[in-house]
Write a protein that binds this ligand. Sequence first.
Ligand SMILES: Nc1ncnc2c1ncn2[C@@H]1O[C@H](COP(=O)(O)OP(=O)(O)O)[C@@H](O)[C@H]1O
Ligand SMILES: [Mg+2]
Length: 338
Amino acid sequence: MSALAAVAVVESPSSEPAAIAVDGLTTSIRIAGNWYDAVRDVSFTVSRRETLALVGESGCGKSLTALSVMGLLPAGVGRISSGRIVVDGVDMTAATEAGRQAMRGDRIGMIFQEPMTSLNPVLPVGFQIAEALIEHRGMNRRAAQKRALELMELVRIPAAGQRLDAYPHQFSGGMRQRVMIAIALACSPKVLIADEPTTALDVTIQAQVLALLADLQAREGLAVLLITHNLGVVASVADRVMVMYGGDVVESGPVKAFFRRPTHPYSEALLAAMPRVDRPSEALAPIPGQVPTLPDMPSGCRYQSRCPLRIEKCAERPPLNPLPGAPEHRVRCWVRAP
Ligand SMILES: Nc1ncnc2c1ncn2[C@@H]1O[C@H](COP(=O)(O)OP(=O)(O)O)[C@@H](O)[C@H]1O
Ligand SMILES: [Mg+2]
């Protein structure tokens, strides 16, 4: 709490300010001594009870965006070059490292793809859930263990009472992910950042974990930033979507508008590559080529090297333009949204 007190609190004129507000974020990565922009001028907000999905292939800057928000960029390799990030009224970019650390696990819950790497293999799961409460809430061990049991029940781990003292390897992948969710929610955060939380799980378990997250979100009024490369997940749980390519936001808007009229050629390609029940699987069209590495990124539109609609103008970086008649639906493309 003392560390938090040192952090500037941002006043907002509206009654309910966005839980996450990112404005003009540029995050750079150092490769062989040179800095490259891996996230370029990204802006978004997430309100309470809202889910914003960040989608794109591997290497598009989704995780670096999330790590920037949490203040967890790899030291010496990653840095925020410009922009401002405000989480639950606290300016993360102006905060000290101690201030950011106090935010993480307290007001910001985090869930990552592989729970096995985030959980400590030699400590019982109940003990690990209790740790968050002892560290951030100053609870004693006994009260924290009691709350840990409630949290395990909240995330619907069967026979929670008997499993408090079990070790992570005694849990299945889906159950381990539930433990991670329990840890993320231990301190009743306002914001949840989930980076590919169900990617390592099989389809049925994935659906259960997503349903659980949706339920907890409704109950706790969480603002959720959900990272996924799966457009099916976006369609089922998100309110708004932001498609990233090569560190740029190439399309953003309400989920319904996006699926009704996906407009950026990259969004179209992602959708064509997505398996669907109403289409034979032979019709799947994988996107040719791959996301360039940062040193090889073309200037101007970063998708131009793979884009079937490329024109000369694409050598210049297109702006993120609203579509006519749909001001919330924005597209960064000279051909589709000139
Ligand atoms: N620690 C790092 N060192 C070097 N390059 C990195 C590092 N982290 C990310 N990158 C590069 O930054 C780009 C964006 O990465 P990332 O945000 O992890 O993508 P995503 O989460 O969308 O798969 C990629 O080109 C990736 O190779
Ligand atoms: Mg990632």
